[in-house]
Structure formats: structure tokens, C-alpha cells
Design a protein around this ligand. Structure first.
Ligand code: FAD
Length: 341
């Protein structure tokens, strides 16, 4: 590979097109990294630093006073290790492109995560998940630049603190690691995970209860297209609130009052409740404050109808979280990172 040029640096950069929610914002400095060697020239952060991939889980609610590092590193490697194949993807690769490439090569385990927008490097941040599976299930390790020590490090699955839409990168070590590559262990044997209710219904509808990999992926993509707005047409960040996780006894008390509230058992005995159901029940679906609104087909998704300001969005978030708390006694938390002054 030819030696990389120096990383491109833009001062007073426009960020509005770099986040799929598309609120107006600027960064003092934007650095575009296309090759790991360019990281050597990246000075230690003098002030705030933020790594950005596809911007589909980052919402700028104001200008960013420091440096935004735009991760555009590319490259995929495949290593045979018996029945398992190790797939190593550079952090700036597009996640869905990786899913498609693995499908093409007959490698299985991430079909249910098809069409999740964004980059490979951001996937461990919130342990991306969909239709009953999470990244952690096939994650092996990642390589990252530790911005604290300046060293490259390798972190195994057990080092990453993965949880439901969570990891150490999103909590205790937020901003510390610049992920350069993620390695997954995928299988040549296809064992479809079809337990998620809406997925099994969709497969039954098209007569594919025992689906091929392509049928499974196609079903996931149909479901997603129907439920989620395409950020290219209607700016959004996917699910805007995390589904709340409650102790079993608290969940039972709430379910006694609201038996129709969808819920899922967690491996640790707690229960995850459907935030979308609560928001919809309180009449928010399809409503807007200013140009920020709740998507008409899915109450968990907030959208920017075109000219939303951070103030519109913050008002909407507060109104929804307050009303859910008043009614159900639960304080919802945003899923995307809200960044900026
Ligand atoms: C329509 C839609 C549907 C979605 N559906 C799902 C879904 O089903 N499941 C799900 O889990 N998520 C979903 N999301 C959220 C989002 O797609 C994922 O969180 C995705 O992983 C974000 O990738 P990104 O590159 O766009 O992240 P960004 O927004 O660019 O970054 C997200 C976070 O990761 C950090 N980061 C990014 N790259 C690096 C790196 N190389 N090193 C260190 N930190 C980094 C950023 O600093 C930021 O904190 C959806 C979003 C949209 C818009």
C-alpha cells in the first residue's frame, strides 16, 4: 500500500452533514484519517476530541469546541481458523458493506445486524444489536490507539465491558480509545436466529420459516425499511431512547398495570421494556415540536423534518421523558451521544 499522505485538516468545519440527524453545528478542527499510519501525526488532544464514523449515533446539539477525528480507514481481511473465519475490518469500513461481503463469502453470524447504519469502529461502542443478536456474540477483539498512553492496544471481548447498548467505550472510558480495527469470529455453518417475534412473523409470511442466509437478510432488510426512516431522506438517529431495563419485581408491578406492554427477559434476570410502546401510548407518535418530531411509523425514532434546531430537539426530548416518567415512573435515556455546547 502506498505511504499515506498527511491527514487532511479542516478548521472551523461544518458538521451538519456528518451526523445523520443533521442539526447545524461546527467544529474548531476536523481531521480526516484514511490510514492508521496517519495516527502517528495526530497530536495528543489539547482540548476535547471526538472520533466520528458515520455520525448515525451522534447528535450535535451545539458547536464542538475541540477536534473531530473523522475515521475513514478502509480494509477487510479474512483468515481461515478451522470452521470459524476471523474477519478483521478497518474501523472506517461501512458496517452494512461488511455484512454484505460476509454473506457473499458464506460467513455467518451477523445477518441479523444487516442495514445498521454507520461504521465498523463505532459498532463496539454501544454493542450494536438488532433482531435478537448483539455484536458481542461474534466479537473477538479490537485494536485501538489509547489516547491516554499513546500506545496501540489490543482489547479482547472480556476487556470491553459489553452490555445492552453499552460498553466501557461509552461509559468509563469514553473518548479514551480510537478504534482502528475490529475482529469478528464468523462461521461457515449457518444457524439462523429467528426467535425475535416480528422476524419470525415476517419469515412465516413469506413461507421461509427455515430461511436461507439470503432469505433471512432480505427479511431483516424489509422489516427495517418498513419501520425505520432512511436517514438520506428524513434525518434521524434510529432509536432515540434505550429500552429501560428494570429489576424483575419492578417490571412485574408495571406489567400488572399494563399487561400489553411488550417486554423481554434479560440474561441477568431483569426485564427490558418497550419504550416505543410507552411513548406511543402517551400520544407522541407523529407529533412535532418545532421541526423535531416523533416518526409516524415508529415512536422510538425522533426525526428532523428539515430545519430542526438543537432547541427543538431538546424540548422534544424533555417533553417525552417527562411525560413517560410522570406516567410510568421510568426516566428514559437517549441512545445516541448528544455532543456539543
Ligand atoms: C436508521 C437508523 C437505524 C439504526 N438501527 C440501529 C440498530 O438496529 N441497532 C443499533 O445498535 N444501532 C442502530 N442505530 C444506531 C447506529 O447506527 C449505530 O450505533 C452505529 O454503530 C453508529 O455508527 P456510526 O459510525 O454512524 O457512529 P458515530 O455516530 O459516528 O459514532 C458513535 C460513537 O462511536 C464513537 N466512535 C465512532 N468511531 C469510532 C472509532 N473508530 N473509535 C472510537 N470511537 C468511535 C463516536 O465517538 C461516538 O461516540 C441506527 C441508526 C439509524 C440512523
Amino acid at each position: 500500500m502506498p505511504a499515506p499522505r498527511e491527514a487532511e485538516v479542516v478548521r472551523d468545519a461544518d458538521l451538519s452533514r456528518l451526523s445523520t440527524f443533521r442539526l447545524p453545528a461546527r467544529a474548531a478542527e476536523l481531521v480526516v484519517i484514511e490510514h492508521p499510519d496517519q495516527l502517528a501525526g495526530l497530536a495528543p488532544p489539547a482540548s476535547d476530541e471526538l472520533v466520528l464514523g458515520g455520525g448515525s449515533n451522534t447528535v450535535f446539539i451545539g458547536d464542538f469546541p475541540g477536534r473531530v477525528v473523522l475515521d475513514r480507514m478502509r480494509g477487510l481481511r479474512f483468515e481461515e481458523t478451522g470452521d470459524t473465519v476471523r474477519v478483521s475490518a478497518a474501523a472506517g469500513e461501512n458496517w452494512h458493506r461488511l455484512v454484505r461481503e460476509c454473506l457473499r463469502r458464506g460467513l455467518h453470524g451477523i445477518e441479523n445486524l444487516a442495514m445498521i447504519p454507520g461504521s465498523v469502529g463505532a459498532a463496539p461502542m454501544q454493542n450494536i444489536g438488532a433482531y435478537g443478536i448483539e455484536l458481542a456474540e461474534c466479537f473477538e477483539f479490537l485494536q485501538a490507539l489509547d489516547r491516554r498512553s499513546g500506545e496501540m492496544v489490543r482489547l479482547e471481548r472480556e476487556d470491553c465491558g459489553f452490555g445492552y447498548r453499552d460498553s466501557r467505550f461509552k461509559s468509563a472510558d469514553r473518548g479514551r480509545f480510537l478504534i482502528t480495527e475490529v475482529s469478528l469470529g464468523l462461521s461457515r455453518n449457518f444457524r439462523p436466529q429467528t426467535g425475535y417475534a416480528s422476524l419470525s412473523e415476517e419469515l412465516a409470511r413469506v413461507g421461509a420459516v427455515d430461511p436461507t442466509p439470503r432469505q433471512l437478510t432480505a427479511a431483516i432488510m424489509r422489516l427495517r425499511r418498513h419501520r425505520l426512516p432512511d436517514p438520506g431522506r428524513l434525518a434521524n438517529s434510529g432509536s432515540f431512547f434505550k429500552n429501560p431495563v428494570l429489576a424483575a419485581s419492578d417490571a412485574e408491578a408495571l406489567l400488572a398495570e399494563y399487561p400489553a406492554l411488550p417486554h423481554w427477559p434479560m440474561p441477568d434476570g431483569r426485564a427490558k421494556l418497550a419504550a416505543a410502546w410507552m411513548i406511543e401510548r402517551l400520544g407522541w407518535k407523529g407529533r412535532s415540536l418545532g421541526d423535531a418530531g416523533v416518526y409516524r411509523n415508529h415512536a422510538l425514532v425522533l426525526v428532523n423534518h428539515g430545519r430542526a434546531t438543537a432547541a427543538d430537539l431538546l424540548r422534544l426530548i424533555e417533553a417525552i421523558t417527562d411525560s413517560v416518567e410522570r406516567h410510568f415512573g421510568i426516566r428514559l435515556e437517549p441512545e445516541p451521544m448528544l455532543v456539543g455546547r
